[in-house]
Design a protein around this ligand. Structure first.
Ligand code: NAD
Length: 351
């Protein structure tokens, strides 16, 4: 297949690009290269004949029309977004423009192309979204997000993603555009930008700095290894039913405190600290406004209908992740000084 992947220089998009090229697909990686992008993420495939990079902004409709026209993709995997919740609180404007207007532009460019190509049934527009659109769950293991859960976004980020989800559904119902949608839980793994919780915790620990945790650290998240997410996305693209949405999760609920404690224990094992256990560095900071208490994914649809399951447990995935950061200082060190990174007191303790 010829795939147009947006946001392919970001954390999850780059995992999709690496896997898709590895599986023999042709990939056009469209990315505006914002502060969150890193072309090194796709260096391992950038010389492959199947790979093309296009620097373009999804807010620029004319540029999108040209990309569709020139490349004639069989499918779109739309990941480009502003993705950092704390930044959405400080400055929501970019989130509205990229996540909502940008998705609208992608849908319109895709629809025009799909119509011009004679409405092929095989074309797919895969919209990649988050479980945060569903809001906050009570701390009760019997309640989880399903594909039927009502939308209840509570941050500018999740509200902008919820709006984009609604647009995608509307373009399917109104215009018949063949879409599939996914909503996924928190990802972690290699190439995670060093402003997000897992890398912040690992890198602060290595530097002997405090490990900031919002509130009491009792917010619960469901964690999924990024390579498993990319695998699930390619599975949904190829096997998912048109017009259907799929929740993807790791079946690994942890409080933020438990997550950071696990990272500390792995570091204690791999790179022991002379001054005592890394967990001594854990510091609680004032909570984020509107901080959702719990996210948990019921993965039964993707498991039963598409027979997809994650390949690693959270303990395996976190260990691989810590090993990767220990081995790849040349990747993360320069990123720590990028625009605004590390300037917040608490870092981000969710995604
Ligand atoms: P990221 O911030 O690491 O990467 C986003 C990429 O999009 C960057 O390469 C950036 O340059 C690009 N981009 C941003 N604005 C753009 C624009 N206007 N035009 C073109 N490109 C632009 O994000 P991520 O964590 O990889 O998330 C990717 C997608 O997955 C997002 O849609 C996000 O909502 C969704 N998601 C993320 C998580 C998570 O845990 N990170 C979980 C579920 C869903």
């Amino acid at each position: 297949m010829k795939l147009l992947v947006t946001g392919g220089a970001g954390f999850i998009g780059s995992a999709v690009v690496r896997q898709a090229v590895g599986a023999g697909h042709q990939v056009i990686n469209l990315d505006a290269l914002t502060y969150a992008a890193c072309l090194e993420n796709v260096e391992s495939v950038s010389d492959a004949a199947e790979y093309t990079f296009v620097k373009a902004d999804i807010r620029d409709r004319t540029a999108l029309d040209a990309v569709f026209d020139i490349n004639q993709p069989d499918a779109v995997m739309h990941l480009a977004a502003e993705s950092h919740v704390d930044r959405s609180i400080d400055g929501p404007g970019d989130f509205i423009e990229t996540n909502i207007t940008g998705t609208f532009n992608m849908l319109e460019a895709a629809r025009k192309y799909w119509l011009t190509a004679g409405k092929p049934d095989t074309f797919r527009f895969h919209h990649i979204s988050t479980d945060e659109v569903f809001g906050s769950l009570p701390n009760d293991p019997s309640v989880m997000f399903t594909e039927k859960t009502s939308y209840d976004p509570r941050s500018p980020y999740s509200a902008s993603k919820a709006a984009s989800d609604h647009l995608v559904r509307a373009w399917h119902e109104t215009y018949g555009l063949p879409v599939v949608m996914t909503n996924c839980s928190n990802n972690y793994g290699p190439f995670h930008f060093p402003e997000k919780l897992v890398p912040v915790a690992i890198l602060n620990a290595l530097a002997g700095k405090p490990l900031p945790i919002y509130g009491k650290g009792d917010n619960i998240r469901d964690w999924l290894y990024v390579e498993d997410h990319a695998d699930a996305l390619l599975c949904v693209l190829q096997k998912g039913a048109v017009g259907r949405s799929y929740n993807i999760g790791g079946e690994n609920e942890l409080t933020n405190l438990e997550l950071v404690q696990k990272l500390c224990a792995i570091l204690d094992d791999l790179r022991p600290r002379r001054k005592g256990p890394y967990a001594d560095l854990i510091t609680f900071v004032s909570d984020r406004p509107g901080h959702d208490a719990r996210y948990a994914i019921d993965p039964m649809r993707v498991r039963n209908e598409l027979e997809w399951r994650p390949s690693v447990t959270v303990d395996e995935g976190l260990r691989k992740t810590v090993e990767w950061y220990l081995a790849n200082e040349a990747w993360w060190k320069p990123l720590q000084t990028r625009q605004g990174v590390g300037t917040r007191l608490g870092g981000d303790t969710d995604k």
